[in-house]
Design a protein around this ligand. Structure first.
Ligand code: IPE
Ligand code: IPE
Ligand code: MG
Length: 234
């Protein structure tokens, strides 16, 4: 499967249930999930994916117990510190998408450093969504757009400005692990014509083979964007 030029987005869900099923604290599920991030990023880059957007922490996830939130924020910091050199060496550009004003300063400094050090990467653009809400991003972009006549292209640029990580770009394939069939406030604008692919597998059990299965199925789908298939249009 050649995924050249595609934007793949993943809702990395099921870490907590994966850990609980093994008698482990939820935090251990998130740690296992971080290892899956590493292998998935490498597999996606090898398959030619151009942009990979991973949902790591939603704005609604602040509702979780402070201990779990703290463990997640500490894990993001460890992940970024451990991965930035490897990402740079692989030519992978990293951006964090979402709000930045509620992120602890120590994590923010780590994010900015990782973004700076990987900025020249051209192999793949890896975007990790932290404190991300698509609805909030839409409201913020609409505020910037108010009064002007706004095209879809201009609105996508405004969305990029408010959520960081570059102009909003349509998602080609949206993957969600963990068995739920919903978007949970992820990339609502960008998923207008995304192909959706769900698996009951928890995120820690996701792997390169499943990514290839998702991309293979994507390749067999007929994307019409509201028009007719080529054969029927003539
Ligand atoms: C996804 O796994 C990671 C985050 C939302 C931070 P969950 O923590 O939601 O795991 P489940 O859905 O409870 O199993
Ligand atoms: C979505 O998962 C957010 C992330 C994977 C980061 P949730 O576990 O928070 O979503 P819901 O609560 O099941 O919709
Ligand atoms: Mg969940």
């Amino acid at each position: 499967m050649n995924a050249a030029g595609l934007h793949v987005a993943i809702v990395m869900d099921g870490n907590g249930r994966w850990a609980t099923a093994r008698g482990l604290p939820r935090r251990r599920g998130h740690e296992a999930g971080a290892r899956t991030v590493r292998t998935t990023v490498e597999a996606a880059a090898a398959l030619g994916v151009e942009m990979l957007t991973l949902y790591a922490f939603s704005s609604d996830n602040w509702k979780r117990p402070p201990r779990e939130v703290g463990a997640l924020l500490a894990l993001f910091r460890r992940y970024l510190d451990a991965e930035r050199a490897r990402l740079r060496d692989q030519g992978i550009r990293l951006s964090i998408v979402g709000r930045r004003d509620r992120i602890p300063l120590s994590l923010l400094a780590t994010i900015e450093r990782a973004e700076r050090e990987t900025a020249a990467g051209t192999t793949m653009h890896l975007r990790v969504a932290i404190d991300y809400s698509a609805r909030d991003a839409l409201i913020d972009a609409a505020r910037l757009a108010s009064g002007a006549r706004v095209t879809r292209e201009r609105f996508a640029e405004l969305l990029g400005e408010v959520q960081h990580g570059g102009a909003a770009r349509d998602v080609d394939l949206l993957i969600r692990t963990g068995g739920e069939h919903r978007l949970s406030d992820f990339l609502l604008w960008e998923c207008a014509y995304a192909e959706l692919w769900f698996t009951p597998r928890a995120w820690p059990d996701f792997n390169a083979e499943l990514l290839r299965s998702a991309l293979d199925e994507f390749a067999s789908r007929d994307r019409r964007f509201g028009a007719l298939p080529d054969a029927a249009a003539s």
